[in-house]
Ligand binder design. Structure first.
Ligand SMILES: Cc1cc2nc3c(=O)[nH]c(=O)nc-3n(C[C@H](O)[C@H](O)[C@H](O)COP(=O)(O)O)c2cc1C
Length: 369
């Protein structure tokens, strides 16, 4: 289709061209992945994203094989569209979980939470599924592709949940122009379609969004969790703080609350006890890590948004209402199409400006004669 009165493709067609590689890879209408969110990305939200034209991904979190099998079956009962499963590489039963995905014909498996072990990638591919891996730098992305990754997600520190140190915009510049072998999806801090277009034009195959889907009508997140999202601004979503280099803390971006403040006090107490010889290194590290055990479930499922972990990306400020998943996807696509239409308008105005300038300078030449 062309825009009325022109031979240019319509903005929607331009968008389809821009993300065709991502759509083909995912088997979807839109190259938008619903980033897996533990406790949030279960059957209802995953199916709603896939039914809305995006690509839903089940967050398996700490699920065991039987529980994952049940979730995959339940999701399939709600959608006949493609969806994926996100597995945490540190899970002690990772290969069993891959086997569950293989046995149930899951088409795409996302390996998150660290560099994926080669046997897991091999098992996914042997089952005929696609392996999607996270890359925090270009060199690692290249290594993952050599080891068989079928697609890469680059996720910047604006994202919700566990984060790396580099911003999405910087990772995109570092990786997108140089990695053409496989589709690359960009995640972290994306809340509107205009931003998606920016990354697509830089070479991304598609985008992954998490926070924008938390308040979807179909999301089972507790009303108090959704309310915390609706109230929050970008600056409320902060990374967890590490007090001492001897006790590393993997940074997690979440809404500041009583728990994030208490975590700093907890580290101080544990470090003091370690310095006094009351705890050894391992005990102290475990005690710090244990602080967050069960905290995400407490917030998402029980609605305890003060002592729980309200993981959220900086894009939380763009979550302004509870609405159906399909409406969120349509709004993103409309914003993307509007951005492309505006680029065409600017290009046309620039061309027209050039030809009228040329005409007036010709007039000037004529007048001088
Ligand atoms: C509540 C929450 C839980 C998350 N859990 C996971 C997870 O289990 N596995 C994972 O790979 N990413 C997880 N993420 C990251 C998302 O999949 C996604 O990449 C991220 O939210 C993108 O950034 P955005 O929130 O700015 O859109 C989580 C994010 C949030 C907000």
């Amino acid at each position: 289709m062309t825009s009325p009165g022109t031979t240019e493709p319509s903005p929607r067609d331009q968008l389809d061209r821009l993300w065709r590689r991502g759509c083909d890879f995912l088997g979807t209408r839109y190259a938008i992945l619903g980033g897996a969110m533990t406790w949030v990305s279960e059957r209802n939200l995953v199916a709603a994203i896939s039914n809305g034209g995006g690509f839903g991904v089940i967050a398996s979190g700490s699920m065991g094989p039987d529980r994952l099998a049940e979730e995959i079956d339940a999701t399939r009962a709600l959608t006949d569209r493609p969806f994926g499963v996100n597995l945490i590489t540190l899970h002690p039963q990772l290969l069993d979980l891959v086997a569950v995905c293989a046995g149930r014909g899951v088409s795409h498996v996302v390996l998150a939470g660290g560099l994926p072990p080669a046997p897991a990638v091999a098992a996914i591919k042997a089952a005929g599924a696609k392996a999607i891996c996270f890359a925090p730098a270009l060199s690692i992305a290249r290594k993952l592709v050599r080891s068989g990754a079928d697609a890469i997600v680059i996720e910047g520190m604006e994202a919700g949940g566990h984060i790396g140190p580099v911003a999405t915009s910087v990772l995109a510049q570092e990786i997108l122009p140089h990695l053409r072998e496989v589709p690359v999806f960009v995640a972290g801090g994306i809340g509107r379609g205009e931003a998606m277009v920016g990354y697509l034009e830089m070479g991304a195959a598609g985008c992954q969004l998490g926070s924008r889907f938390v308040c979807a009508t179909e999301s089972i997140a507790h009303p108090a969790f959704k309310k915390a999202f609706l109230r929050a601004n970008a600056r409320d979503a902060v990374p967890s703080i590490q007090l001492d280099v001897r006790f590393p803390v993997i940074p997690v971006r979440a809404l500041a609350n009583a728990a994030t403040r208490r975590f700093a006090e907890k580290q101080r107490e544990v470090i003091d006890r370690f310095d006094a010889g009351e705890l050894n290194q391992k005990e102290a590290q475990l005690e710090i890590e244990h602080f967050w055990a069960g905290a995400l479930r407490r917030a998402v499922i029980d609605g305890d948004v003060e002592t729980g972990s309200v993981m959220a990306g900086q894009s939380v400020g763009m979550v302004v209402r509870e609405e159906p998943t399909a409406a969120i996807l349509e709004e993103l696509v409309e914003q993307a199409a509007a951005a492309l239409a505006m680029r065409c308008d600017h290009a046309r105005a620039a061309t027209e400006g050039r030809s009228s300038n040329a005409a007036s300078s010709n007039d000037g030449v004529g007048a001088a004669r």
